[in-house]
Design a protein around this ligand. Structure first.
Ligand SMILES: *[C@@H]1O[C@H](CO)[C@@H](O)[C@H](O)[C@H]1NC(C)=O
Ligand SMILES: *[C@@H]1O[C@H](CO)[C@@H](O)[C@H](O)[C@H]1NC(C)=O
Ligand SMILES: *[C@@H]1O[C@H](CO)[C@@H](O)[C@H](O)[C@H]1NC(C)=O
Ligand SMILES: *[C@@H]1O[C@H](CO)[C@@H](O)[C@H](O)[C@H]1NC(C)=O
Ligand SMILES: *[C@@H]1O[C@H](CO)[C@@H](O)[C@H](O)[C@H]1NC(C)=O
Ligand SMILES: *[C@@H]1O[C@H](CO)[C@@H](O)[C@H](O)[C@H]1NC(C)=O
Ligand SMILES: *[C@@H]1O[C@H](CO)[C@@H](O)[C@H](O)[C@H]1NC(C)=O
Ligand SMILES: *[C@@H]1O[C@H](CO)[C@@H](O)[C@H](O)[C@H]1NC(C)=O
Ligand SMILES: *[C@@H]1O[C@H](CO)[C@@H](O)[C@H](O)[C@H]1NC(C)=O
Ligand SMILES: [Fe+2]
Length: 527
């Protein structure tokens, strides 16, 4: 049962769902082969939101969503588009208040760094949107010396109604967008699409979609002034429509590139639960939050990260190799032995998010050390870690929920001990490139073979109401920081010794910052 929501009958709110005519328009569009992002397809079996995740050196997980339950989700695949002769089957899952079933099929026994063509289940689906046969390329074997590039985003959602906002919400709000897009600017999803051929996979270290902001966006006028949120049904529709719209918009990317994700606070919390609609003078409590919005529920159901083959835990912590690099995803939201087991402990809008721990008290840290110790640096000299909350920041948003000292205490000593090269974070909605450092001590070597890890905070991908302010005087440990552009990170692994990080402005593709890390990486046995 849904919790009952009591609102004064005089209250009129803006709803975040499509009007009746838009719905029928989208249904008409669907019948002609076009899926309208965020809409419920006329044919509920339509396969949507195709997304890929590396599944170890010889595997790939294909996930997608349908509005009706498939008996057996299946993927047909092969090395030629005209010979999808293999088939793999998987599972279908859902949860209360979801509008979709999430289907997951893991394919094993694949060759590394090989292109395959695939199709997800299409049964019972006449009139579905037409899709080309999709392709994926498996991960590079550990030790493959070919240079490669990766796109990294943190804090990426839809900006405004459809991700194309050029203005702040027309009804304002306590905090209007600080940096709305210009009329001819691309947003980050579009920029990633435009640059799709330049990187091999996408990593997204938390805060995915921001659908939990939909009431806030509604009363701020992002969805227009019409209609109402009057009951829990319309709340659920509004939230899900926004979430699905994000995944639909990402589909041209995620259907052909692995999309490796990590948990952020917005995978667990429900920002609606602490928001005040200042137009209608309503303060929402967490009773507005549905099961699907809290507790990492959507996140757990939607993705299948390769923790099974890396000894990790669900989508929360795991690792994978790709060429010369070993990538590790960590969870800053729960399971920190140093004072944090669940997101509720952060307080603020995380209160009521209610989930975790996902392991026994030291499980994440035990795994992290074991994983680091098992890396064969002769094959993967680079170790790169992705995690959501930062600890060294240049922003003025200097509070305990933004600067995660418990995360630092938990993870930094191991990063130093095992010579992690780079860790990337977000949560602060700005770009900050720090100096290699540990425990507040800057490495005197700088980027020229430092012994301490390098850290980059880039939460500028696309937070709906703008970017965060930067301290007037940058802290001593920061090399570059700015909040004047939405953008994403492009990491290029040239060889064993050189790694370049670039900040790409989503607006126009310009590289606004570039720095190269040199590491001698002399691990001996490969001489
Ligand atoms: C839908 O569109 C039709 C024709 O444009 C119009 O007559 C009708 O009133 C609209 N219905 C709603 C619910 O807006
Ligand atoms: C939406 O409401 C605002 C404030 O009431 C008003 O200024 C604006 O014109 C309205 N916009 C539309 C499209 O009705
Ligand atoms: C909830 O609100 C929606 C949209 O206004 C309306 O269509 C629906 O009938 C309402 N449902 C209930 C159970 O009141
Ligand atoms: C807003 O609502 C509160 C009670 O919920 C009331 O005390 C206050 O006067 C209202 N403010 C306005 C501007 O209506
Ligand atoms: C959160 O998920 C846990 C299982 O992971 C479950 O025991 C708990 O009841 C859930 N809480 C809510 C509020 O749904
Ligand atoms: C953040 O706040 C703490 C505690 O007040 C202070 O020690 C620290 O210098 C601040 N950091 C920045 C970057 O302002
Ligand atoms: C960090 O440095 C402080 C002294 O500045 C020391 O007390 C603390 O133990 C150090 N922490 C680690 C993890 O090295
Ligand atoms: C590209 O966008 C950035 C902001 O994102 C801006 O500073 C720069 O001037 C733009 N460059 C061009 C060539 O338009
Ligand atoms: C590694 O790549 C860097 C950057 O492209 C290049 O300058 C360097 O010469 C390369 N090193 C080797 C050993 O090829
Ligand atoms: Fe965040």
């Amino acid at each position: 049962m849904l919790p009952l929501l009591l609102l004064a009958s005089s209250v009129v709110l803006v709803k975040a769902q499509l009007s009746a005519n838009e719905t029928s328009w989208s249904c008409l569009a669907e019948s002609k082969g076009v899926h309208v992002p965020g809409s419920v397809p006329c044919n509920p079996y339509e396969p949507l939101q195709q997304r890929l995740a590396y599944g170890g050196p010889n595997g790939m997980t294909v996930s997608w969503s349908t509005h009706a339950q498939l008996e057996t989700p299946q993927v047909w695949y092969g090395e030629s588009p005209s010979a999808l002769t293999n088939v793999a089957s998987g599972e279908t899952v859902t949860y209360p208040t979801s509008r979709v079933y999430d289907n997951h099929v893991k394919i094993s026994g694949l060759k590394p760094n090989t292109k395959y063509w695939y199709r997800t289940s299409y049964q019972n689906c006449p009139g579905c949107a037409y899709r080309p046969t999709d392709t994926f390329t498996t991960s590079r074997a550990a030790g493959d010396e070919t240079p490669f590039t990766v796109a990294v985003v943190v804090d990426l959602g839809l900006m405004g109604a459809d991700g194309l906002s050029t203005a702040v919400g027309p009804l304002g709000g306590s905090k209007g967008a600080a940096n709305p897009l210009g009329p001819n600017d691309l947003n980050t999803i579009q920029s990633l699409l435009e640059n799709k051929d330049t990187y091999e996979f996408i990593a997204h270290w938390g805060d995915i979609a921001y659908a939990d902001y939909f009431i806030k966006e509604s009363w701020q006028g992002y969805f227009g002034n019409d209609s109402t949120i009057v009951n829990m049904t319309s709340v659920v529709e509004g939230y899900n429509s926004l979430l699905e719209q994000y995944y639909d918009q990402m589909t041209p990317l995620t259907s052909s590139k692995a999309y490796m994700v990590g948990a952020g606070n917005h995978e667990a919390n429900c920002d609606n639960g602490g928001t005040t609609d200042s137009v209608n003078n309503i303060t929402y409590t967490t009773s507005i939050c549905t099961p699907g919005q809290t507790n990492f529920t959507g996140y757990i159901n939607h993705f299948r990260m390769p923790s099974d083959v890396s000894g990790g835990n669900g989508n929360f912590w795991y690792s994978f190799d790709h060429g010369l690099a070993h990538f590790i995803a960590l969870d800053t939201e729960t399971d920190l032995p140093e004072g944090l087991q669940s997101p509720d402990e952060y307080g603020g809008s995380d209160a009521g998010a209610d989930s975790g721990p996902f392991g026994y008290p030291d499980q994440q840290l035990d795994w992290f050390e074991k994983d680091l110790a098992s890396v064969d640096r002769t094959k993967t000299p680079w170790i790169v870690v992705g995690l959501h909350r930062p600890w060294y920041i240049a922003s003025t948003k200097n509070s305990s929920s933004n600067v995660c000292l418990a995360c630092q205490t938990a993870f930094e000593p191991l990063m130093v001990k095992y010579g992690v090269d780079l860790y990337m974070q977000g949560h602060i909605h700005a770009y900050e490139r720090n100096k290699p450092m540990a425990n507040y001590s800057v490495d005197p070597a700088g980027l020229n073979d430092p012994k301490y890890p390098w850290s980059i905070v880039n939460g500028a991908a696309g937070h709906y109401d703008g970017l965060d302010s930067i301290s007037k005087t940058l802290p001593y440990y920061v090399d570059v920081a700015f909040n004047t552009a939405y953008g994403w990170s492009r990491l290029t692994f040239h060889n064993r010794t050189h790694l370049t990080h670039e900040f790409v402005s989503s607006a126009n593709g310009t590289v606004l910052d570039s720095a190269t890390l040199y590491k001698e990486h002399n691990f001996g046995s490969w001489w």
